[in-house]
Design a protein around this ligand. Structure first.
Ligand SMILES: [Zn+2]
Length: 71
């Protein structure tokens, strides 16, 4: 893995805070974040992991689920 540059570090801080906030959602009172917070967290986690060098092959799943959600 390459060293993170300043821009990436800044982005990770921002994404990390957003992820923590979304995962902390308890809108349905079930301790599981509500669906929209969960999907937002997933989207941000994907970017978070990508900045750290991970690559995804299965991201269409998220987009499919999001499309279904809109219907
Ligand atoms: Zn929520």
């Amino acid at each position: 893995m390459n060293t993170l540059n300043k821009k990436e570090i800044k982005r990770l801080v921002k994404l990390g805070r957003a992820i923590a906030m979304d995962l902390g959602c308890d809108g349905n009172d079930t301790a599981l974040p509500c669906r929209s917070c969960r999907f937002e967290a997933i989207k941000n986690m994907k970017e978070y992991l990508e900045i750290n060098g991970y690559r995804f092959m299965d991201f269409e799943r998220y987009e499919t689920l999001m499309a279904e959600e809109v219907k």
